[in-house]
Design a protein around this ligand. Structure first.
Ligand SMILES: Nc1ncnc2c1ncn2[C@@H]1O[C@H](COP(=O)(O)OP(=O)(O)O)[C@@H](O)[C@H]1O
Ligand SMILES: [Mg+2]
Length: 368
């Protein structure tokens, strides 16, 4: 049997594969425990997204990696080097961690030209002026702003300003770039263009990136792996496809809007929705308190011929189809995309393939 490479190669081989690693990191801010034990590993050449609602601790993780905060417990490693260790008191300041950073608000200096802004990290590293100019020009060319070097940030659009911030993050060739919601100040259309641009740059430059966002589409399009965060903890880390196929917890399923998470109970004739219909045979799972009915597994049929019967409450137009809300007989609600508008009060049957169900044995909304 082949061992997993990580278990074989304890020691150097493991750390050589480390671009960024957090081990058991906790942190209190203003008396509240903001991070409650974070473990994560970002390997060279990979993109890891931290995805979660506002206030869950994403920016705090980035600030710890950047060296703007120190952990109360645990360690932070960058390029296999321990840059912060609460136990030993080790702490490297930001300028010794050689990381590029891109923030939501761009953080450009308004009084400096675009070239001046991009040049700044090189000045910090005492790169001589003659060697700075070509590198600045190259970084600006990479983000399509070669012609804008002498402008001030205020003379650029939001998208262009964010590209300046990206040029500044890559000019010193740090290899590892931290992104904190870089696109959240841009309108939707521009955001989609910029996702592609960032994906292109990351691939072209072989960047390693830790990418913070609350936007699932952004995380899923850019990252090899996504860490779903909730209230200072990582709920699950996996590739986007795996998160969708196998959400580890009801929270992940609900956060990613994969379908309806409903309470279940065992009955003589099989597993039934609490107070509702049987949805799977007794052998479908050994133990469960909740089930995910994924909306992508659902299909519709005549009432009385499927797994569940339901009444349409409403259906909202969503550009590429409708999102319908159903009330299942027995009282639970469920939303699913439908191709055509369904009139309120329409009776429908829902066919739920038993193999599409995902069972959870954790109690609802526990873990905080
Ligand atoms: N300097 C601070 N002092 C006290 N609380 C803070 C400070 N910075 C952040 N927090 C709190 O820590 C939590 C996580 O914040 P943050 O990491 O910014 O979340 P996110 O980036 O996911 O929105 C929030 O509840 C926030 O209010
Ligand atoms: Mg934040």
């Amino acid at each position: 049997m082949l061992d997993h490479p990580e278990t074989v190669a304890r020691g150097h081989a493991v750390t050589d594969e480390t671009a960024v690693r957090l081990e058991g990191v906790t942190l209190k801010l203003g008396g509240a425990e903001v991070l409650k034990g974070i473990d994560l590993l970002l390997k060279p050449g990979r993109v890891l997204a931290l995805l979660g609602p506002s206030g869950c601790g994403k920016t705090t993780v980035l600030r710890l990696v950047a060296g703007l905060l120190a952990p109360d417990r645990g360690r932070v490693l960058v390029r296999s080097q321990v840059v912060a260790d609460a136990a030993s008191g080790t702490f490297l300041p930001p300028e010794e961690r050689a990381l590029g950073m891109v923030f939501q608000d761009y953080a450009l200096w308004p009084h400096m030209t675009v070239a001046g802004n991009v040049s700044f990290p090189l000045e910090m590293r005492r790169v001589p002026a003659a060697r700075r100019a070509p590198r600045v020009a190259e970084a600006l060319a990479r983000v399509g702003l070669a012609a804008f070097a002498e402008r001030r940030p205020a003379e650029l659009s939001g998208g262009q300003q964010q590209r300046v911030a990206i040029a500044r993050a890559i000019v010193a060739e740090p290899g590892i770039v931290l992104f904190d919601e870089p696109l959240s100040n841009l309108d939707r259309e521009l955001r989609e263009t910029m996702i592609e641009e960032i994906a292109g740059l990351v691939a072209e430059l072989g960047l390693t990136a830790l990418y913070v966002t609350h936007d699932q589409a952004e995380a899923f399009s850019l990252a090899h792996e996504v860490a779903i965060m909730r209230a200072g903890r990582i709920e699950q880390i996996a590739a986007p496809e795996a998160l969708v196929d196998q959400p580890a917890t009801p929270y992940v399923a609900e956060f990613l809007r994969l379908g309806a998470v409903l309470p279940v109970e065992p009955g003589a004739d099989g597993w039934r929705l609490r107070g509702g219909a049987v949805i799977a045979p007794p052998e479908a799972t050994a133990d469960a308190t909740q089930v995910l009915i994924p909306s992508r597994g659902l299909s519709f049929c005549a009432p009385g011929t499927g797994t569940l019967d339901a009444t349409v409450l409403r259906s909202l137009f969503r550009g590429d189809g409708h999102l319908a809300t159903f009330e299942l007989d027995g009282g639970h609600r469920l939303q699913a995309p439908v191709p055509d508008r369904l009139a309120p009060q329409t009776r429908v049957g829902l066919h739920v393939p038993p193999e599409s169900l995902r069972w959870f044995s954790s109690p609802p909304h526990s873990g905080d």
